[in-house]
Design a protein around this ligand. Structure first.
Ligand SMILES: NC(=O)c1ccc[n+]([C@@H]2O[C@H](COP(=O)([O-])OP(=O)(O)OC[C@H]3O[C@@H](n4cnc5c(N)ncnc54)[C@H](OP(=O)(O)O)[C@@H]3O)[C@@H](O)[C@H]2O)c1
Length: 349
């Protein structure tokens, strides 16, 4: 691509906002020229408004940039949103009304029938919802969303199993503390502990999964019939959501059939050679004690979902573990891949 596209980041000072800046540093297509956050940060140097909380140095020049007010109509046309959900609904809508293309991480618009909820390897065709979005919502711009961080991991692992008539899924998550933003869960609550409750998370996984795996048509998305039951926990891990998954299938594949389906899984991002697309979006690890967040979360810059321990389930049919980087594949990296897909498909022209 010859021209570089200027982009903005809404919520640039937060946990996911920082991951956006890391993902966009040296991006071949996108250059972040506008960083916005709340009134608390507005007008301050980034380094004053936010402490850098990711491993490694912040991208060059970021700490001296001035944080802007999140005012619609001011920044670049393409804006990535890492806004807190308490404000994202109204603010993102206002940005879309003002003509921005909003590529969002927040939960607020994910289930809007006119808004694509994308995992580009799984449902790139759901971009077709944008055809009707302007007419249905009356916005000059657009909104596209990526799923909840646990849902991304689950849908990538389940997508190849649609071929075996996926019927039922039980999932228990072990979610990292970075998923709660900063300062997130108090250290006294999480160290040496497991918290069996994350507000709203189980409901999000159960419904978002069915939209993503569903079929887009003229009337919106026909949700996939799979029945999902989720239990979510917070564990003392910094980055990486691990998921224990059991599935019931309508056909009778062997373990080899499922392994082959995981291995063969590719999507449009790989076909198009998008800059953030991992070569193998699902990587099966044979070692009996993998995947593990400490060793596997950063594969291909955090964009690969690792799976392992495929074995028969005595209650359903098969069970396995899956792991993904929650602030990369589950948030900022997912949104950047969505924007790359939109650019490749002409939605940013
Ligand atoms: N963490 C994850 O793994 C993850 C994964 C997937 C999706 N998400 C979603 O991504 C979003 C961001 O999550 P996070 O973990 O990065 O949260 P966070 O660390 O709490 O950051 C929230 C950001 O929103 C900004 N903000 C708050 N109120 C605002 C307002 N009125 N106007 C403009 N900006 C405002 C904050 O700015 P100030 O610093 O100025 O307050 C900050 O930049 C949330 O919707 C979350 O649900 C998070």
């Amino acid at each position: 691509m010859s021209r570089v596209i200027e982009v903005g980041v809404l919520g640039a000072t937060g946990m996911v906002g920082q991951q956006f800046l890391a993902q966009l540093a040296n991006h071949p297509w996108f250059r972040p020229t506008w960083l916005a956050a709340s009134e608390r940060s507005e007008g301050k140097r980034y380094g004053e408004a936010a402490a850098w909380r990711l491993a490694g140095a912040p991208p060059d020049g970021v700490l001296d940039r001035v944080v802007e007010s999140a005012t619609p109509g001011v920044g670049p046309r393409l804006v990535f949103s890492a806004l807190d959900a308490s404000v994202a609904g109204d603010l993102e809508r206002a940005f879309a009304e003002a003509g921005h293309v909003v590529v969002s991480n927040a939960r607020n618009h994910r289930l809007d029938a006119a808004v694509p909820l994308l995992v580009p390897e799984v449902n790139a065709d759901h971009l077709s919802l944008l055809e009707g979005q302007r007419a249905a919502r009356g916005w000059k711009g657009l909104i596209v969303t990526n799923p909840n961080c646990s849902t991304v991991v689950l849908t990538m692992a389940l997508a190849p199993l649609r071929a075996f008539d996926l019927r039922t899924c039980l999932v228990t998550t072990l979610q990292a503390v970075s998923g709660a933003g900063y300062p997130g869960v108090p250290s006294y609550d999480i160290l040496g502990n497991v918290i069996p409750f994350i507000s709203g998370e189980e409901e999000k996984i159960e419904v978002e999964t069915r939209k993503i795996l569903g079929a887009a048509g003229g009337e919106g998305v026909a949700f996939h019939p799979v029945v999902v039951s989720a239990s979510t926990t917070r564990v003392p891990v910094i980055d990486g959501h691990t998921e224990s998954v059991s599935v019931a299938l309508g056909t009778r594949p062997s373990a080899d059939d499922i392994r082959q389906a995981f291995d063969a899984f590719r999507g449009l991002p790989q076909e198009l050679g998008l800059p953030s697309a991992p070569p193998k979006p699902l990587l099966y690890l044979d070692a009996p004690n993998r995947p593990q967040p400490r060793f596997d979360v950063g594969r291909d810059g955090g964009m690969t979902v690792t799976v392992g321990r495929l074995r028969p389930c005595k209650v359903l049919d098969w069970k396995f573990f899956a792991l993904g980087h929650n602030t990369v594949r589950g948030a900022a990296g997912a949104a950047v891949l969505n924007a790359e897909l939109m650019q490749a498909r002409g939605w940013l022209d």
